[in-house]
Design a protein around this ligand. Sequence first.
Ligand code: ZN
Length: 419
Amino acid sequence: MKPINWKVIAQEGEARAGILQTRRSVIETPVFMPVGTQGTVKGVRYEWLESELDARIILGNTYHLFLRPGAEIIRELGGLHKFSTWNRSLLTDSGGFQVFSLTDLRKLTEEGVEFRSHIDGSKKFLSPEISMEVQAALGSEIVMVFDECPPGDAGFDKTKKSLEMTARWAKRSKDRFNELQNDGADTGFLSEPSAVAGGFGASSEKFVAEIYPPATADGSDLSGQQALFGIIQGAGHLELRKQSLDLTTEIGFDGYAIGGLSVGEEKSVMYDVIEFLAPQMPGDAPRYLMGVGTPEDLIEAVTRGVDMFDCVMPTRNGRTGGAFTSRGKINIRNAKFARDSEPLDSECPCSVCRRYSRAYLRHLYQTGEMLAAILISHHNLAFFLDLMQKVRDAIKFGAFSGFRKEFLEKLKENTPADV
Ligand SMILES: [Zn+2]
C-alpha cells in the first residue's frame, strides 16, 4: 500500500489538474500551500483556513519547530496535528533551506550541518537522519529529504559537488525514513478514522468519489504512513539539473520537488529550469516547486507542469501592507488609498473584500492596529487559493491558455505608483 494516491485528471499542454489524496485530506492540484512556519499560518486562525479559505494542506518548518518548542515536546503532545489542532494535511520541510540561509552560522560536513540557533546562539546539529526523526515526531503527511541548498550564484563545480552530496543525503534520508515508518515513530498516524473525513471539503467530496472508486475515496487503501519527497537541485545549470533528477529518481520517492529556485536568480532562469525539468520528472508523482512565488510565477510554473507550491509571500506581504489583487500588487500605506471606499480587490470573493474598504484598512495600518496585518494576510491567502481554484477549473475545461493570457494582462494594470 502507498502513503498517498495521485491521479492526473486533466491536462492542457504541460499544465495538469490532479487529485492528491493523503491519509488526512484530499487535495486538488495545482495547489498553493500556505506556510505555517511556527505551527501557525501567521495571523490567520485555523478556523478560517478550514472554512472560508478551505486550505487542504499547509506547511510546517522543521528548523523553527526543532528549535522551539523542540521535537520532544511536540512528540509528547501527540505530534504537530494534535498540538496545533490542524487536522488536515501537513507538509514539513527538512530544515535544510533555513540552515543554509544562515551562512555565517554553520559548519558543513558529509555527516550533516552544525549551526548556531538564531534564537540563543547555542550549537545545534542537523543531518538527514535527525531531520527524518524530527519530521516523524511532527507527524506530517509529506516529509521532505534533507538537502543542501547552495547559493543561487554558485558556480558549476560547487553546484555539482553540492547536488551529489544532496543525493547521498537523500539516500540516507530514505533509509532512516523507512526505519522510522517501520518503528511506528510517526506521531501523525491516524488511529481515529474520523479525522480523515474532517479533512474533506464538502464541495469536493462528491467530486472525489467520482474520481476514486467508493471503496477507496476515504483513503482506506492508503498505508497510513508518511510520504517522502525527493528534492532536485542544480541551480541554473540544466546539465546539473538533469544529473540531480536522475540521481533522485534512481532512489525513488513518492513525489519530487524542485529546490534551489527563487533564490535571487533572474526570472527567465527560473522559468527555463522549470520548463526543462518538469516534463522529465516522473509523470505519476506530484511535482512541487519549493518556495515560489508571485501569482505570475505560479501561472508560469503551472504552464510548465508544476502541481504544488508554497510561499510566505501572502502573509509576509500582508504584515507590511502589501495586497495582491487581480490588477497587480498594491500597498495600503500609499496615501492615495486614504479616501478609497473600494475593497482591496473588487473581484475577490473573500470576507475581507466583502466588508472592508481600502481606506479603513489603510487607517488600521497607519495606526499600528494588528487587525490590518490579519485582514490583509487573510485576503492575500484568499487571493492565492482562489487563483489556484480558477487555474484548476480552467485546466479541467481546456481553457487554461486563454485564462493565463487574460490573467497576466490584467495583472499589469496597476502602475508602479500603486505599489
Ligand atoms: Zn479579498
